[in-house]
Design a protein around this ligand. Sequence first.
Ligand code: COA
Length: 258
Amino acid sequence: MAFQTLLTFLEDGIFTITINRPDKLNALNKTVIEELSQAIDKVYSNVEIKCAIITGAGTKAFVAGADITEFLTLDISGGETLAKKGQEMVFNKIEQSPKPIIAAVNGFALGGGCELAMSCHFRLANENAKFGQPEVNLGLIPGYGGTQRLTQLVGKGKAIELMMTAQMIDANEAKQLGLVNHVTTAETLLEHTKEILQVIMTKGPNAVGKVIAAVNAHYDHSQNGFAAEIKLFGDCFGTDEMKEGVGAFLEKRKADFG
Ligand code: COA
């Protein structure tokens, strides 16, 4: 299967999915979301694939967010659809995959990029990685599950502070907060991720899948939170604030929220 925006590679049971738009810092446009959905379907269905890694092309970014250039044409229902489709087609499917899917975060993991990493079963990051949910800079909130998963991973107080301030944190702080499990050098990130997957592949695959399902069951009560997020994300698209925030980014100027 040839993709426009992804590179995929299967070796020794490990399927590596690389988001490949380095000139746009691997931002998640419509095509990336559709292709990621197909790649994750392949993880589910291909018996040769035992586990997967998601990473970004180039040295600068894992994923610098949803593609902001697609936002200004959306209204409230368009915003809701974007969030709902993304959650269903990609983020929830990654989280619920019966085969391990690990994020190897090689640079900026912002907005949808941080959300993508958080939907994976766990995360490794290299020392250049930077995490953040900067949506409030754009008059938006996370829409791909970030309000829920960041809270699950780092706790309510820190999650709310990070999302309210749009502060970026480095890999070591992310590790202290429990957002990433291991910090590596840039050169050893993929190798270290593969070593952990090789250990997991020596275990019962059925049991590994059941670990994922059981841990996910702990968070089932939060499903209303995800639905609330979709609605609230969509509502942002009805505000002048979002038009100013997104417009300012596209025009390469500082947003003025008045
Ligand atoms: N959507 C669309 N394009 C994006 C993008 C995004 N989320 N993030 C980066 N890009 C594009 C830039 O517009 C630029 O394109 P251009 O070369 O055609 O002008 C290119 O990627 C390189 O980014 P640039 O901003 O020049 O790099 P930088 O090193 O100066 O800054 C960041 C890096 C990550 C700090 C900055 O790109 C940024 O703030 N990105 C947006 C992050 C964000 O708000 N994400 C959440 C979206 S909901």
